[in-house]
Ligand binder design. Structure first.
Ligand code: PPS
Length: 379
């Protein structure tokens, strides 16, 4: 069977959209509900840093800023792997297939849904084979070389170039939690979980948390376009339908309103730095300085300016280790809508009709009543 045919059969058909399930009343991808016990029992450490957000609130941006801070502005070090591998997304399962690491060259065209490549943070690559016709259980080929030019498919064992992959089958990461568990400390992790669903070990260990919030309307617009281009999310339907779905909180990770309020209420009882996307956009220097203080890090003005530049929208949009363009188009199709889309507060005005906006505001007042949390919908 030709590789093109395999791609058609295995990627495009199998990754149409995921099944969803509720966990404690919150809509989640089935991969999360299936792994819920494992996620809930995740063991956090005191020196973990968790970046928590509602989806589309500026997670990747904050991840890049934090990584640049942790690596003293060394751009090369921040190019060691894609965002997903640098900072495990604790409730998510590594998607098939991934190409990560600056020098990795993996042809997406031949990749099967049951195999994928991921990078260990220390530069080793893992080729994971799951459910392949040749092996009934998961296997991982570990490689010292991140430069393998691989063509993967379910019968990948036969196709792996021997010179590129050093041998030995070991157990390797399947879920991001496994990646997190293997990662040396101090770790930086990502989550979209609502506060009440955060694994309790984070509270017990008093890990630091950066929460980033973004105004509801821009989050909605960004989430809508992301759901159109990302086949790992439920189909958003039409714009009109999606506005209602979002208001009802029937999107993955649940209600935006409950999420931002829940974390807001938690911030005074734990080590949580609560940031706003709009503030970051308005004055990145000021907000990065808040992060520096929270992380108890001192850097020179020169490095600070380097971080501001490297994490600007235009530069990150061109950075394959941060812009998700290394993912196969059968999962994320940037021609439908790029991951790095607009990055502008106030873009909602290009989508909401006057009537939709009035309705939204009315509903918003009800849902946010009694909270001291306020947002700017433009800057
Ligand atoms: S995800 O998938 O939930 O992790 O997405 P997330 O990273 O939280 O949010 C994606 C949106 O953030 C925008 N973005 C940025 N804006 C400004 N500056 C920088 N550097 C930046 N990086 C990412 C990205 O473009 C998405 O917003 P929209 O409005 O869709 O453009």
């Amino acid at each position: 069977m030709s590789l093109e045919k395999m791609k058609e059969l295995q990627l495009e058909e199998k990754f149409l959209h995921p099944e969803t399930r509720e966990v404690n009343g919150i809509l989640m991808a089935k991969m999360i509900s299936d792994n819920w016990d494992k996620i809930w029992n995740f063991q956090a450490k005191p020196d973990d840093l968790l970046i928590a957000t509602y989806a589309k609130a500026g997670t990747t941006w904050t991840q890049e800023i934090v990584d640049m801070i942790q690596n003293d502005g060394d751009v090369q070090k921040c190019q060691r792997a894609n965002t997903f591998d640098r900072h495990p997304f604790i409730e998510w399962t590594l998607p098939p297939p991934l190409n990560s690491g600056k020098s990795a060259r993996v042809s997406p065209t031949g990749l099967g849904p049951l195999s994928w490549v991921s990078f260990h943070p220390r530069g080793k690559s893992f080729l994971q084979l799951e459910g392949s016709e040749m092996s009934s259980k998961s296997q991982v080929l570990e490689s010292e070389s991140p430069t393998a030019d691989l063509v993967l498919c379910p019968t990948v064992v036969n196709l792996v170039p021997e010179a590129s992959i050093s041998q030995g089958l070991t157990q390797g990461p399947q879920h991001s939690l496994d990646l997190a568990n293997k990662m040396p400390s101090p770790r930086t992790l990502k989550t979209h979980l609502p506060v009440q669903m955060l694994p309790p070990s984070f509270w017990k260990e008093n890990s630091k948390i950066i929460y980033v919030a973004r105004n509801a309307k821009d989050c909605l617009v960004s989430y809508y376009h992301f759901s159109r281009m990302n086949k790992m999310l439920p189909d958003p339907g039409t714009w009109e339908e999606y506005v209602e779905t979002f208001k009802a909180g029937k999107v993955l990770w649940g209600s935006w309103y409950d999420h931002v309020k829940g974390w807001w209420d938690a911030k005074d009882q734990h080590r949580i730095l609560y940031l706003f996307y709009e503030d970051m956009k308005e004055d990145p220097k000021r907000e990065i300085e808040k992060i520096l203080k929270f992380l108890e890090k001192d850097i020179s003005e020169e490095i600070l300016n380097k971080i501001i530049y490297h994490t600007s929208f235009d530069v990150m949009k061109q950075n394959p280790m941060a812009n998700y363009t290394t993912w196969p188009t059968s999962i994320m199709d940037h021609s439908i809508s790029p991951f790095m889309r607009k990055g502008m507060p106030g873009d909602w005005k290009n989508y909401f009709t006057v009537a939709q906006n009035e309705e939204f505001d009315k509903d918003y007042q009800n849902k946010m009543a009694g909270s001291t949390l306020t947002f700017r919908t433009e800057i």
